[in-house]
Design a protein around this ligand. Structure first.
Ligand SMILES: *Cc1c(COP(=O)(O)O)cnc(C)c1O
Length: 582
């Protein structure tokens, strides 16, 4: 380790690849068990013991205990063959060593088994959840006093939560517009109506004295969508073709699932083009918004990505927000959701020295996340928290409570009971507690957690330099915004198809070898055409294929920050790669 106080993050907050912190971790796990036993013993002291000593010593009991012990050993034996994700040699997917606060928080809470769906099932769990959400909200740039959210099974469900609410918001506004247009015999502009925004919604509703019943009768969600569509067509004087969902071409697969669940066909799932660096192209995005306006098709929601699943790239979220602000000034309010499932934790670096590991544009992009309506973040990725733990957070209550037909401006008495506002029903409290304890100890600040994630970016850079130096075939995908390195294996002047074949072959060999776990990603020209061209140009290659195969290395493991570990493993990786490609 560098002789630097900052190394506390890796050294004190992880078990270590050789279980270096094993003895005090054992003590803490023991303390959790002691607490659990004591808690039981301390409550209802006058109740009789249920399992007597005689029973515990009976042959039947001992036989059952033996069976359980044996099968538990079998389970542990099976788990020995699980993929070792704790080691710095694991640079495959977006997961690595779990942090100790996350493990302790998760384990302690698991034993109490709160169901965060309601305060009735989680008195303490629900409070921990609110505090943990506030910690994440603050890190992401939301006002923690205003922000609302909850933990989900993962980023996929968190993205669904956004679309679910955005669809409701659109429906509220569009129904109001429809009722007014029909009543006053005015021409309806479905796009303008759907994007009127909450303030205008309230003004118009009061002005025209529209009742709940009238609105319900004009709602696509509550009524028959085909009937309502016919009414919208009649009121607008043109065929209503329904809403669209706009995501960038670098989106995660969960967005396609979201569109599908919403009943949107491929025709309504619009993908904004990407630039030569794989981030959303602003002009292309503006064109899609203009096209939706032109075709009078409301935009359910517009998503951008902070930390793409393929390469960890960060979309220009600040520029997208600037563009949306201009539209807001015109009275067009589009719901912007930032899918920061992977990259959200990079926000912990902002405001400190750690942020220097990002370029200025990426810092500005991350700094603008708090301007969006809602955010997805996955503690079970870069948060070092066990599965399953995603989170969905909105900027304010209004956006959060838009998940029912009930008017969102009514501050419901049961607002603390989240089950009405969540897609999932029963939810574990373990993930929330894992995040809570991480926030209370490691802390999501620039000089704490920020140091940890910055070390991953630095490790990626160092690794990239030395692998490029040691192997002439290595062609890094540029840029690499964060801690993910993607590269193909190409000779100067190669065809793309030959490079793809070599890269995929190397991946298969990596998989067959226990040395390093890397992953593979394939970028399709349909989304990444410009980036694929730029990549092939980097080795003066011939573009003869519509996809680009890449090896992908994710530098999350905290021990890559240790120069000795890093030097040892980089040399080993170079040797392994040389063996695979010779
Ligand atoms: C991983 C990921 C998701 C999906 O999250 P899960 O936790 O796997 O459901 C969504 N978006 C992005 C950008 C991701 O990286």
């Amino acid at each position: 380790m560098e002789n630097d106080q900052k190394d506390f993050a890796a050294n004190a907050y992880f078990l270590g690849p050789k279980s270096e912190n094993g003895s005090w971790v054992r003590g803490e796990i023991q303390a959790i068990l002691d607490h659990w036993y004591d808690w039981r013993r301390s409550l209802f002291r006058d109740d009789p013991e249920a399992i007597s000593r005689d029973r515990r010593l009976s042959p039947e009991f001992l036989r059952e205990r033996e069976i359980l012990a044996q099968e538990l050993r079998n389970l542990l034996d099976m788990l020995r063959s699980e993929i070792p994700k704790f080691t710095p040699r694991y640079i495959g997917h977006m997961v690595s060593e779990l942090s100790l606060p996350a493990l302790f928080g998760h384990f302690a809470t698991l034993l109490h088994n709160p169901n965060n769906t309601s305060r009735e099932a989680a008195k303490v769990g629900a409070r921990i959840e609110s505090e943990a959400i506030a910690m994440l909200a603050k890190m992401l740039g939301f006002d923690p006093a205003e922000a609302q959210g909850h933990f989900t099974g993962g980023g996929t469900v968190a993205n669904f939560e956004a679309v679910w609410r955005a669809r409701y918001r659109m429906d509220h506004a569009l129904s109001l517009g429809l009722v007014i247009a029909e009543r006053d015999n005015e021409l309806l502009d479905p796009f303008a109506a759907a994007h009127m925004g909450w303030r205008q919604f309230e003004v118009l509703r009061a002005e025209h004295d529209i009742s709940d019943d009238d609105m319900r009768a004009a709602s696509t969600v509550l009524g028959n969508p085909l009937d309502i569509a016919r009414r919208i067509s009649a009121a607008s004087g043109r065929d209503y073709r329904g809403p669209v969902l706009i995501t960038p071409g670098n989106k995660h697969f969960s967005w396609r699932k979201a569109a599908n669940l919403l009943g949107l066909g491929e025709d309504s799932f619009w993908n904004a083009p990407l630039d030569r660096e794989g981030r959303v192209n602003l002009a292309g995005l503006a064109q899609l918004i203009a096209a939706a306006r032109e075709e009078a098709r409301p935009i359910v929601c517009l998503a951008t990505v902070a930390g793409t699943t393929e390469a960890g790239e960060i979309d220009p979220i600040d520029a997208v927000e600037d563009m949306l602000d201009v539209l807001r000034d015109e009275g067009v309010h589009i719901w912007h959701h930032v899918d920061a499932a992977y990259g959200g934790f990079f926000c912990s670096m902002l405001g400190g020295e750690a942020a220097e590991s990002l370029d200025a544009k990426r810092r500005a992009a991350l700094g603008a996340i708090g301007r969006a309506q809602s955010i997805t973040i996955d503690p079970h990725k870069l948060g070092y928290v066990p599965y399953s733990c995603g989170a969905f957070i909105t900027k304010n209550k209004q956006a959060y409570q838009a998940s029912t037909f009930q008017a969102p401006y009514i501050d419901r008495a049961d607002a603390d009971d989240k089950w009405r506002c969540t897609l999932e029903g029963s939810r574990s409290g373990a993930g929330a507690a894992a995040v809570w304890l991480t926030g209370k100890t490691l802390g999501f600040d620039a000089d704490r957690f920020g140091v940890l994630v910055a070390a991953g970016i630095k490790a990626r850079k160092t690794f990239q330099e030395s692998v490029v130096k040691s192997n002439a075939l290595v062609r890094p995908l540029a840029p690499a915004d964060t801690n993910i390195l993607c590269f193909s294996l190409a000779r100067q002047g190669d065809t793309l198809s030959a490079a793809n074949a070599r890269t995929i072959d190397a991946y298969a060999k990596f998989q067959a070898s226990p040395e390093f776990s890397v992953s593979k990603t394939v970028l399709l020209a349909k989304s990444y055409d410009a980036l694929i061209n730029a990549h092939v140009e980097s080795y003066d290659g011939v573009r003869d294929a519509d996809e680009l195969a890449l090896l992908r290395c994710v530098f999350m493991n905290p021990f890559w920050a240790d120069p000795a570990v890093s030097a040892h493993l980089t040399a080993q990786f170079a040797a392994t790669l040389a063996g695979l490609t010779s």
